[in-house]
Design a protein around this ligand. Structure first.
Ligand code: MN
Length: 211
């Protein structure tokens, strides 16, 4: 787990073409090897001259941005968030399947949203509502309640005190090559490549922490 300076771009846990035909190989390559790499490079560059923060984990950096020197707060917020959000997104994807939520998360989705189709509708509506660039998330709050939220740019749920379970990147670079400007089609395709085992593990971990 590469979770502090000097950050490196760990390989995807699947091939660039593993999510075809829903998310295309070229998009995955550019998204991981160019976009995420740039956030990593910029975060490292930002911390090069600040050895006192080089042992901080990525999550510590993000949560404690207000404690950092003024001149690096924006860079850490944007680039640290970019690294966290992208790593979370890529690890939340898996080869196409007809899978639905599994384990304890399955029951929680049923209880909170009234079933998987209703959850899909609500998440899709949220993801479509992001104006410009950002993400839609399934999160758990400190009381253990599931909800769907959106964030702008590279903001994260961490700085709001929320625990992320699942996210979808709706920056245009996540889908433009295949889906052009039709974000709705990308969202529909993304539902085929969700790594529900990963989401369930996140949920179980949050559940243990907050309840
Ligand atoms: Mn992205």
């Amino acid at each position: 787990m590469n979770d502090h300076y000097k950050f490196i771009n760990t390989p995807l846990p699947y091939g660039y073409n593993a999510l075809e035909p829903y998310i295309d190989e070229k998009t995955m390559y550019l998204h991981h090897d160019r976009h995420l790499q740039t956030y990593i490079d910029n975060l490292n560059t930002t911390l090069d001259k600040y050895p006192e923060y080089q042992s901080w984990t990525l999550e510590q950096l993000i949560i404690n941005v207000p404690c950092l020197p003024d001149e690096i707060q924006t860079a850490v917020k944007n680039n640290g968030g970019g690294v966290f959000n992208h790593r979370f997104y890529f690890s939340g994807l898996a080869r196409p399947s007809s899978s639905e939520p599994v384990g304890v998360l399955s029951q929680a989705v049923e209880n909170e949203f009234g079933g998987y189709p209703a959850f899909q509708n609500q998440l899709k509506t949220a993801a479509l509502s992001v104006f410009g660039s950002g993400y839609a998330w399934l999160v758990v709050n400190a009381a253990g309640k599931l909800s769907i939220i959106t964030t702008q740019n590279q903001d994260t749920p961490l700085e709001m005190g929320l625990f992320p379970i699942l996210n979808i990147d709706v920056w245009e670079h996540a889908y433009y090559l295949k889906h052009y400007n039709v974000r709705a089609d990308y969202i529909d395709d993304w539902f085929h490549v969700i790594n529900w085992n990963h989401a369930n593990r996140n949920y179980r971990r949050c559940f243990n922490m907050v309840l």
